[in-house]
Design a protein around this ligand. Sequence first.
Ligand code: URA
Length: 276
Amino acid sequence: MQDAARAFQQYLESLQLAGVSHIPSSEVVAVAEVPVAAEPTSAATMTVALPPTPAPKEKPAEQTPVANTSLFAAPPSSGEPSDLPLDQRQEQLAQVAQAVSACTRCQQLASTRRQTVFGVGNPEAKIMFIGEAPGADEDRQGEPFVGRAGQLLNRIIGACKLARDDIYICNILRCRPPGNRNPTPEEATNCREYLDAQIRIVDPDYIVCWGSVAAQNLLDVTDSVGRMRGKFFKYGRAKVSCTYHPSYLLRNESAKKYVWDDMKWLFADMGVDLTG
Ligand code: URA
């Protein structure tokens, strides 16, 4: 250590002899111990001023795909109609569908489903149909309303002079409850963000709730379909109507006429006469 001090003293003296009276402090920005070969056999160290060392460049963080959280931000608003172009609606629905396909919020449903059943149809539809939950056929095919109830729904759509592709169709739940039991309130809550995202993206003028599970969950009411038919409710910007579920119609033929009345009434509100 004494050798180092002596070496440093000599270094300063040599600077003085060379006319250096002071070392500007701004240049002494980094100090390091560097080995100096004072004698051939022993290594001494000397403290010297080093030029500024550039700060190490930070490695950019790995880009991990994150869900577009704005898609799940809030319930649909009651403001102006959406002017989102078709391609962006498709893109956003695809992002939500991808999040849904990996969803494990409902442990039982996630472990018993074959696949999630997101929704189908026109991303710019004026009418959205909401059912209860996928059944066995939907769980197998990954599309809502493809079983017997779905075939009846298709006939109802045809009677309304529309095609299935004109409408957007989804459910309160995106996974099949085992044995087709009713969704639990917790399951409906878990899935609500996805439903709200679909409603916000498609932004329909009208929503039809098929059956009491859809109506009660969407509107947070306990009334029966019988009491809710023939009235418009509001969800965000959409006018919501409620009618009997196609599965109920398969068991109760006589209720078909009520559903047809509900369709005529709904379409009349849209300015479409279905009576002719
Ligand atoms: N019933 C529903 O409520 N939804 C479907 O997708 C199928 C049957």
